[in-house]
Design a protein around this ligand. Sequence first.
Ligand SMILES: *Cc1c(COP(=O)(O)O)cnc(C)c1O
Length: 235
Amino acid sequence: MEIKSRLHDVEAKLAKAAEKAGKKREDIKLLAVTKTHNVDEIKTGIEAGIEYIGENKVQEAADKLPLLKAAYKEFHFIGHLQTNKINKLLRLRPALIHSIDNLHLVEQLNSKCAKMSINQEILLQVNTSGEESKFGVSPEDALELAAAIRECDNLILKGLMTIGRFTQDERALRESFSCLRELKELIKSNYPDLDLKWLSMGMSNDFEIAIEEGANLVRLGTVIFGQRACALEKK
Ligand SMILES: *Cc1c(COP(=O)(O)O)cnc(C)c1O
């Protein structure tokens, strides 16, 4: 199937899931995850209506984004961020970094942003599944890390991100997502001044459930671009 018709399918599913959650399609931001896909495929996606693109590796993003020029509205970074890649990432001007999950990273990112005189919007990545292979701060430590980010002059906390539990068990999956939603409420009630706009959750396999559980930013790769080549698939 072509990217265009896949995107059409995804749009229909998003509209349906939004309605089920008492929302409108416009209330949900679709981030097209372009990792491992080449510039031509991404261009095809943008021509078909994709506006927001996400990459999970700094080097790969740095290689591809300049070739796309200004064709997209926003670039989001969604992968694990090493501190030695921060400068390179910031030069790509990400609209949002989804994957902030420890104090060292918070401090390094804040000081690099200060040096470049930019304010960077970020999400706190939470490990809601307890799976060891996943990055993210534990739910127990999320409030404290949010408080530390709030103290940073050059970082703006805009919400939370999680990767749902890898399971066919719908109940366990919903628990992951509702955990993130509840954490957002907890942080909000402690720090009402924060504008926690985004709940970034839901991938190709689980985005409809995520939207039912309150997601308003979904990160979709496979359902738009097709299966990624296995050799390139690295966490
Ligand atoms: C790859 C990736 C996605 C997209 O996964 P699909 O299952 O292909 O939709 C979403 N979020 C993150 C953090 C990813 O690394």
